[in-house]
Design a protein around this ligand. Structure first.
Ligand SMILES: Nc1ncnc2c1ncn2[C@@H]1O[C@H](COP(=O)(O)OP(=O)(O)OP(=O)(O)O)[C@@H](O)[C@H]1O
Ligand SMILES: [Zn+2]
Length: 723
């Protein structure tokens, strides 16, 4: 009888012992199903201890060990243990997060999806030589001949890919073995000098952990640098992990990567996948069959035995930080992982996080710069439109309107950027002052005229737009302020001949809607785009030459100390969509604060000046990256309960905190009420990470042991993004 120690997803930091008839060392790292309470839970075997603290007679046997797939390797167990330690979460919870649900339940993983490598067989060559009558299969054959060895999934995407089954049935195309995954498709561009220098710098470095920050202006071709580095790693027989902020936002990248390495096994991992596909992708990575894993933050947990390179695209993006459950930062975990595995990691961005930029300054990271665009001869020209004395038409200045008109006349595309979806942020009654408040949140209900709903953007609740004021009966209630729908409507009136396309989370709800919109834009089937931050990221539309920014001032005076950084990144990113190919780009920023230093830096494309001044402000104010923070948040149906718990936690912290750890006052959160729960927070800060970590570990242990009312929930957020 063997004792097995299992990490289970339960909210206490404890491991559980069971027995097994036949478990051996080989089972460490395997998924297992065990009885738990009156039910069953699944977890991972982390050790085979000789003795248990529990009386062996009381240990229950495990139900099922998943032995069809390889066990999770030791370095993976070390990784999740680190995350559990650093974010102060139970190991079992971290494991539950890191594993695809199907695998975790120790379900059988469906047999590998066969996506074989294909090539022309002798019959195919003969068919080409025979000069047969032109058919789709024959045209496909020509395309395949040009492409070389190729995965079936990619061959299907070729212009005549529909004829693939036919060509295979005839034996023209056959599965092959042994093509190098690094084989690049034809037609890769000549690198620019700067790209070449970046690739060379990384490649000539001796093997081992090096963190690089690839700081390249928008349109400088960072993707090409990633692809070349990936090719080198693949050629060396290594696996590549490539993280992207939101896979729904980057179908272009996915097809670009898969298209570049037709013979490689490219696996996508993100939460949008069906369970089976996610388990399969994870197992392919785990067993070393996947060559390149492309995914969102959770793919940082993909087990990869041959890992040789990590790439993090748009490393500044806030979506790398999980905002619920285990609040980990995939970028930070990726850096830890690169160090653990002794491999290089390249963090790339046109607008790096101030943390990463600071690391380069402090020589903890190595800097790579791309200062010129790859295709376009220049960066777009950025102009401020001083709106203080202008009459705006639904928020649109005359200058912006005429700039759009010029683009229309030239057959180019414009983007009006406004980071607020819906028609108007609130509905109000001018006679009694009623405003549409969310019944569950301290927020307003947003007017959505497209489907005549009032909707809360925080809790999602919605109701019909009333015909009259619910308080005084006044029929003349007004939408107040502006969102993308309103701008879209006005642009359609101003430019009746133009095709106006709104791109936000309401219009692109599903991945296929989103993809078809991207295709529509790329094919020039839209003239004027109205978009939120969805449009700001990573896109490359050669005909887009004008970006108009409206409503940016609202973020200028936000309370969060990270707000200026976020605004600057967003404006630089969205402006960077203009003029990326051969047509010159222009960015018009409407503002009432044209002399604000942030806009001055933006006009000069001077990220360094912005970063420098923002960092010196942070240093003076004692904010990260010069200090380290942790946030305790609590929520309950009644604010008092949340605040009392925090006050108690604060007293405990003050008693326990060593010198150098600062405990702030507990305060209600800015959005105090969310989905019927009242929320408060308590900030802890220290000048050294280790000091903070040790203290939090002890403090949390005491907090966990406290009895709290059932209604109260609390969570810890290490390195919080929102303060
Ligand atoms: N060496 C090159 N030669 C020709 N074209 C290139 C080269 N490198 C990149 N490009 C093209 O330049 C454009 C911009 O490249 P890419 O989208 O990778 O930029 P980026 O650095 O990721 O920009 P952003 O940060 O704005 O997303 C793309 O159309 C790409 O195909
Ligand atoms: Zn709400």
């Amino acid at each position: 009888m063997q004792i097995v120690r299992v990490a289970l997803p339960v909210p206490i930091p404890q491991l559980f012992d069971y027995t097994s008839q036949d478990a051996s060392e080989e089972d460490i790292g395997r998924c297992v199903r065990v009885p738990f309470g009156r039910g069953e839970k699944s977890g991972v075997i982390v050790a085979l201890p000789a003795v248990s603290d529990v009386d062996p007679a009381r240990l229950k046997p495990v139900r099922h060990i998943q032995r069809e797939v390889s066990p999770l390797p030791a370095d993976w167990l070390e990784l999740v243990a680190f995350v559990a330690r650093y974010y102060h979460e139970p190991l079992g919870e971290v494991i539950a997060l890191a594993l695809p649900p199907g695998l975790r339940r120790a379900d059988a993983v469906s047999d590998r999806e066969s996506d074989p490598l294909l090539d022309l067989g002798p019959a195919g060559h003969a068919a080409l030589a025979a000069g047969r009558r032109v058919s789709r299969a024959l045209t496909l054959l020509q395309q395949l001949q040009a492409a070389g060895v190729i995965r079936r999934s990619i061959a299907r995407e070729l212009p005549d890919g529909a004829a693939l089954a036919d060509a295979m049935r005839r034996g023209w195309v056959v599965p092959v073995r042994g093509a190098s995954p690094a084989t690049a498709a034809a037609g890769q561009p000549e690198l620019t000098d700067e790209q070449r220098a970046a690739v060379d710098a990384v490649s000539t470095e001796p093997a081992g952990f090096v963190p690089w920050l690839l700081h390249g202006v928008t349109g400088s071709g960072k993707t090409e640098v990633y692809l070349r580095l990936a090719a080198r790693a693949l050629a060396a027989g290594q696996q590549v992990l490539m993280l992207v902020p939101e896979i729904a936002l980057t179908p272009q990248l996915e097809s670009r990567v898969a298209g570049r390495f037709p013979a490689a096994c490219v696996v996508s991992l993100h939460s949008g996948l069906a369970e089976g596909a996610r388990s399969r992708g994870f197992v392919q990575a785990l067993e070393g069959r996947a060559d390149l894993v492309l995914g969102t933050r959770l793919s940082v947990f993909a087990a990869m035995p041959r890992l040789g390179l990590i790439l993090v695209d748009e490393e500044h993006d806030a979506s790398y930080k999980q905002q619920e459950g285990v609040r980990y930062s995939a970028r930070d975990v990726a850096v830890w992982r690169a160090r653990q595995r002794g491999v290089p990691i390249v963090l790339g961005s046109a607008t790096p996080s101030l943390e990463s930029w600071h690391h380069v300054r402090a020589e903890r990271y190595r800097g790579l710069r791309l200062n010129a665009r790859a295709l376009a001869s220049t960066l777009p020209k950025v102009r401020r439109i001083d709106t203080r004395r202008l009459r705006l038409d639904e928020g649109l200045s005359p200058a912006l309107q005429s700039a759009i008109g010029e683009r229309l006349a030239r057959g180019e595309q414009s983007l009006v950027f406004l980071n607020r979806r819906g028609y108007a942020p609130v509905l109000s009654c001018p006679s009694c002052g009623w405003v549409s408040r969310c019944p569950h949140c301290s927020a307003n209900l947003v007017v959505h005229l497209a489907d005549r709903r009032l909707r809360c953007h925080h809790c999602g609740c919605d109701c019909e737009v009333p015909h009259a004021c619910p308080v005084c009966g006044n029929q003349d209630i007004q939408p107040f302020g502006r969102g993308t729908q309103r701008i879209e409507a006005r642009l359609a009136e101003l430019f009746p001949e133009a095709r106006v396309l709104r791109v936000d989370r309401d219009s692109a709800r599903t991945r296929s809607q989103w993809e078809s919109m991207l295709a529509q834009i790329a094919n020039g089937e839209a003239d004027i785009l109205v978009g939120t931050q969805m449009m700001a990221k990573g896109h490359d539309f050669p005909k887009l030459t004008l970006v108009g920014v409206i409503g940016a001032d609202a973020s200028l005076h936000a309370a969060d100390f990270r707000a200026p950084e976020r605004l600057f990144q967003q404006l630089m990113q969205v402006g960077g969509r203009a003029g990326r190919a051969h047509l010159p780009g222009e960015v018009l920023v409407q503002t009432e604060y044209p002399d604000h230093p942030l806009y001055r830096c933006l006009v000069r494309h001077d990220f360094d000046a912005f970063a420098e001044s923002a960092l010196s402000e942070r240093r003076a104010a004692g904010f990260p990256p010069f200090t380290y923070q942790a946030m305790l948040r609590a929520d309950a149906p009644v604010l008092d309960d949340a605040m009392q718990f925090l006050a108690h936690a604060r007293r405990l912290a003050q008693d326990m905190a060593p010198a150098g750890v600062r405990v702030f006052d507990a305060v209600p959160m800015r959005l105090t009420r969310l989905a019927r729960r009242e929320r408060g927070q308590l900030l802890i800060e220290a000048d050294e990470r280790a000091l903070l970590q040790t203290f939090i570990g002890r403090w949390i242990e005491v907090l966990r042991a406290q009895r709290t009312s059932r209604e109260l929930r609390w969570q810890l957020d290490i390195d919080p993004l929102e303060v």
